[in-house]
Write a protein that binds this ligand. Structure first.
Ligand code: NA7
Length: 532
């Protein structure tokens, strides 16, 4: 076999981050090779094919803004796009910019080792076709490593076990069957109403209830689309100024929930509930900062649950007790209503935990549930999982997993001390999952591309985050998180859903300030990085 392929830039992952990185690297006339485990582009949207899978960011926003022609020509059909439509969009982008020739599909990166003397990365893949790259860009996604629950007997289930995060491409026929769903996060909340329509019986195994608000999804109105496309650049810019880089059409009120009269507060919540979607949590400035303010919004949703769910006991069990927005708010279509159907049962695992999965179904401390299909909607090893599962070795042969034992440490979420010429797109320590991912991705790819262009023009061959800058950054991220209510619940933002994972709040709240800071670092000659 010949040796590794020499490239300027190796990109891992061909989701929206990897595809745009490939395009930008090519624009810089760099030799770029992307490696992707799937058989196609799309990342998250390639894998998560469960019924009801949709984006919780509106489609006019959840799309690339880097090319005016692209954003003018693409037509979204619904307010919130379905997984198949988003995947078609990703495929369209891959074809339109002829990206596939730079992507090696069905290939998984196993390891990446930095050769300190040569200043290059050796990227090893499971196909044996390795890369020798000057720069390594990880576009591996924040929610790309599903985790199975540690429930005894799971392997013994005799029916079909499926995961929302790797739903079979050919689909799963649930008609006439008894289906169990473990988990009640965003994935389950989207799938449950549809599975309830198709299955004979649906049993939802809930450990912790989640807050969800209605999507009020609908076909897009051509006049609304035309108004946005009339000045799409302005629309994108307005969204970039929002704390989470989306939702500029319904700005946050410039006051706290406790600064207004109760009737006015309720009216605001009601209006946002009726409009639908994530901007509900942006109603007031203090909802994610002040527990009393938060409780007013949480109570509003609990009242909605009471009014929608017919059985008061079921309604009670569906009510979350944690801070609303502490775990990512879910956006649904008919989730609470589904529990009024005669073929749907809610099993409260907090009261009656699962003892075991048996060949015929699931046994809790209260009894046995016969099942033909078991759906695992049990979440992801978020933000770090895809990175630490690859044997990434920096200077001194230290692995990323090793140096992140006490939680991820990055500078700006982009670079890691000890790992020269490595960039992470939307890494921990950047706003990433708290934002419209497409906006964060474009910002990071542009930042990295500018950095590569700068290095080339200056004749530099190496860039590495300084330990001091990184330490300062980690402290800053922790301090910002500490000002919010985010650390008050066991969310995947904190790594609390993965047994043994150190609890550290991983994303940084506040996109506009972050963007300014990262851009200032670049403008000041990559302050906090050693470039040479
Ligand atoms: P989430 O939001 O992490 O939800 C996972 C769900 O699975 C959650 O309800 C968990 O309950 C539940 N879970 C996990 N392990 C178990 C076990 N062992 N037993 C019972 N229940 C369990 O993942 P999603 O895929 O729904 O959504 C992830 C993100 O994707 C979402 O936030 C959007 O941004 C898109 P727990 O709360 O841990 O008690």
């Amino acid at each position: 076999m010949s040796g590794p392929q020499h490239v300027d830039v190796a990109v891992v992952g061909a989701g929206f981050a990897g595809m745009y990185m490939v395009l930008q690297a090519r624009e810089l006339n760099l030799d770029v090779q992307c490696v992707e485990a799937a058989s196609g582009v799309g990342g998250t949207w390639y894998w998560n094919r469960y019924p009801g899978a949709r984006c919780d960011i509106e489609s006019m926003e959840y799309s690339y803004g880097f090319d005016e022609q692209l954003q003018q020509e693409w037509e979204w059909s619904e307010r919130y796009a379905t997984q198949p439509e988003i995947l078609r969009y990703a495929e369209h982008v891959a074809d339109r910019y002829d990206l596939r020739r730079h992507i090696r599909f069905d290939t998984r990166v196993k390891a990446a080792t930095f050769d300190d003397e040569r200043g290059r990365w050796l990227v090893e893949t499971d196909s044996g076709e390795d890369l020798d790259a000057q720069f390594l860009v990880m576009a591996t996604g924040c929610l790309s490593v599903p985790i199975d629950p540690a429930i005894p007997g799971l392997q013994d289930f005799a029916g079909e076990t499926v995961r929302t995060a790797s739903w079979p491409q050919e689909g799963v026929d649930v008609s006439g069957k008894r289906v169990g769903v473990i988990g009640t996060g965003s994935s389950a909340i989207q799938a449950v109403p549809i599975l309830a329509e198709l299955a004979d019986a649906l049993i939802v195994f809930q450990r912790t209830p989640a807050f969800t608000v209605p999507a009020h999804n609908r076909a897009l109105d051509p006049a609304e689309v035309a108004a946005i496309k009339d000045d799409y650049g302005r629309f994108r810019a307005d969204n970039r100024e929002m704390p989470s880089a989306f939702g500029s059409r319904l700005p946050r009120r410039d006051e706290g929930a406790l600064d207004v009269e109760p009737a006015e507060r309720l009216a605001e919540y009601e209006a946002r509930w009726e409009r639908g979607g994530l901007p509900f949590i942006g109603s007031f400035t203090d909802l994610l900062i002040d527990e009393t303010a938060n409780e007013t919004a949480a109570d509003f949703v609990r009242d909605k649950i009471r009014s929608i769910v017919a059985d008061p006991d079921v309604a009670e069990r569906l009510m979350p007790s944690q801070v609303i927005g502490c775990k990512r708010l879910c956006v649904d279509t008919g989730y609470y209503e589904t529990f009024n159907k005669p073929n749907v049962e809610l099993v409260d695992l907090a009261a009656t935990p699962i003892e075991t999965v048996a060949p015929a179904g699931v046994r809790t401390t209260a009894g046995h549930h016969d099942l033909d299909v078991l759906v695992l909607a049990t979440g992801f090893d978020a933000m770090t999982g895809a990175l630490t599962r690859i044997d990434i070795r920096g200077r001194g042969d230290r692995t990323l997993a090793e140096v992140w034992t006490e939680g991820p440490r990055t500078y700006l979420g982009l670079g890691v001390a000890g790992f020269p010429n490595l960039f992470i797109i939307t890494g921990p320590g950047s706003p990433s999952v708290l934002t419209n991912m497409l906006v964060s991705i474009e910002h990071h790819v542009d930042w990295i591309s500018d950095c590569l262009a700068h290095m080339r023009s200056q004749g530099h061959r190496r860039i590495e985050a300084d330990v001091e800058a990184q330490d300062g950054w980690v402290d800053f991220v922790n301090a910002v998180a500490g000002l919010t209510l985010f650390p008050t619940c066991g969310s995947w933002y904190l790594g609390a859903n993965v047994p043994g994972k150190t609890r550290v709040f991983m994303p940084l709240p506040g996109f506009p300030t972050y963007r300014e800071t990262a851009d200032a670092v670049a403008a000041e000659g990559y302050k906090g990085f050693t470039v040479g």
